[in-house]
Design a protein around this ligand. Structure first.
Ligand code: HEM
Length: 99
């Protein structure tokens, strides 16, 4: 792709994290993924300084939920996605699970 002078370029982390040339089965949430890490926390000099805290919170939340509800299953295979308040991110409106 050729980018012209003065054109606006926006890097989308969520898009990069789903690059099929980089990740196996990129749309699948796999917390044991071993294909090299994501760029969710950016990289370089301005990478996220809250990375350890964010990872710890996720480990606690996901760990407690899966221990408490070991048979939890998705009700909707494709939950609704909605834009978030931030311009370049999005998330699920709700994820319904049976426990
Ligand atoms: C899942 C949770 C989080 C994600 C996905 C995330 C993601 C990111 C990303 C992508 C950047 C780089 C932004 C840029 O280059 O413009 C960033 C920067 C930053 N994050 Fe986070 N973050 C998270 C949680 C946190 C937490 C918990 C803290 C603080 C306790 C935090 C503090 C910061 C700060 C201060 C920066 C700016 C670093 C700099 O510019 O040098 N983040 N984060």
């Amino acid at each position: 792709m050729k980018i012209g002078s003065g054109e606006l370029v926006a890097g989308l982390i969520s898009g990069a994290n789903r690059d099929p040339a980089r990740y196996r089965d990129p749309d699948r949430l796999d917390i044991r993924r071993d294909d090299g890490g994501s760029i969710s926390f950016a990289s370089g000099i301005h990478s996220c300084i809250g990375i350890a805290m964010a990872r710890l919170e996720a480990q606690i939340a996901i760990g407690r939920f899966t221990r408490r509800f070991p048979s939890a299953r998705l009700i909707d295979e494709n939950p609704d996605i909605e834009p978030s308040a931030l311009p370049l991110t999005r998330g699920y409106k709700r994820i319904r699970v049976a426990v």
